[in-house]
Design a protein around this ligand. Structure first.
Ligand SMILES: Nc1ncnc2c1ncn2[C@@H]1O[C@H](COP(=O)(O)OP(=O)(O)OP(=O)(O)O)[C@@H](O)[C@H]1O
Length: 310
């Protein structure tokens, strides 16, 4: 598989406050994949995306897009010459322009290109409307159409799903993935939201303090986190003994369990119960589907597989 983006030893420190936002980052993005940078606020995600787009200058390192050195010691190509397109958080649509003009704004797209993109983004018939006349989902598609019409090598998505309420967000997430995949385009998506990252991504990189801590598929990083930070960031975790941790779904109550506990609390979450078991030495968080458990009940429990050790 072709590595469409290669990042080598990328470094950036903001002198003001001496904040390191990229600490020797090395990674690659395969052609056609949706690659996500997942990190909490302030971890350096936006700066990373802006460096790839050419909107922020790295201190050192190399950025290669489709075999072209777009940034290095000797090169610093303009954003328009890098083969990238950015979809911003608020979509940045121009309110006084029609949908068609928004999509073609600043590009050399032909009428045929516009027709093609309108068709593929299901915006046919909406081209003469104005942004405020469209739903949130349609506005997202306009932002995507505007990016895609420039035929970028990589689409950069800066938290396009934040600031959107939960119900619409779930719908837009599905639509976004379908559309990116139908275009067969490579995408770099940045987010602080684990669920968005899990749903959308072929591979995820966890970022913190300018460092990439781990790269892998959602399943891989969830089940094999490299450290306690990554383990906690991706889901709940309980320490069962010194340096040994288990996810709640890997502890289960069973009459044949090797260990004894008392149920301390039960919270109903619809599709599962979150239960705290009190053992002799500690408290364990578990997930259960059992409707017949009660607070104060003596139970036996055991572990299924994965015990993480850090
Ligand atoms: N132009 C700048 N000058 C100085 N510091 C900056 C600048 N831009 C960002 N920073 C700082 O760099 C750090 C990383 O910021 P960045 O926006 O890249 O993180 P982020 O992970 O995208 O966060 P968020 O999700 O909140 O946008 C933050 O501490 C931020 O305050």
């Amino acid at each position: 598989m072709k590595k469409i983006v290669q990042i080598k030893n990328l470094k950036k420190v903001f002198c003001k406050g001496n904040i390191c936002v990229a600490n020797d980052i090395n990674l690659f993005i395969n052609e056609g994949e949706i690659f996500t940078i997942l990190g909490k606020s302030g971890s350096g995600k936006t700066t990373f995306l802006r460096m790839i787009a050419g909107l922020e200058i790295p201190d050192s390192g190399e950025i290669i897009i489709d075999d072209k050195e777009v940034f290095s010691k000797n090169n610093n190509l303009q954003p328009k010459d890098r083969g990238v397109a950015v979809v911003f958080q608020n979509y940045a649509l121009l309110p006084h322009l029609s949908i068609a003009s928004n999509i073609t704004f600043g590009s050399k797209a032909s009428k045929a290109d516009l027709e093609d993109v309108l068709e593929k983004t299901k915006l046919k018939g909406q081209e003469n409307k104005f942004p405020h006349e469209l739903s949130g989902g349609q506005q997202q598609r306009v932002a995507l159409a505007r990016a895609i019409i420039t035929k970028p090598k990589i689409l950069l998505l800066d938290e396009p799903l934040s600031n959107i309420d939960t119900e619409l967000r779930a719908h837009l997430r599905v639509e976004l993935k379908e559309m990116i995949k139908s275009f067969g385009i490579t995408a770099l998506f940045i987010t602080h939201d684990k669920e968005d990252a899990f749903y959308l991504s072929d591979r995820i990189a966890i970022m913190n303090g300018g460092d990439i801590l781990q790269v892998g598929t959602a399943k891989n990083i969830y089940h094999n986190p490299v450290d306690l930070y990554c383990a906690n960031f991706l889901g709940k975790i309980t320490e069962i003994s010194q340096n040994n941790y288990v996810r709640p779904e890997h502890i289960f109550i069973t009459p044949n369990g090797r260990f004894n506990a008392i149920i301390k609390s039960i919270v109903f979450y619809g599709s599962f119960y979150e239960i705290i078991l009190k053992t002799e030495k500690t408290e364990l968080l578990i997930h259960s589907f059992d409707d017949n458990l009660e607070i104060g009940q003596n139970v036996k429990y055991d572990f299924s597989g994965e015990i993480l050790n850090f």
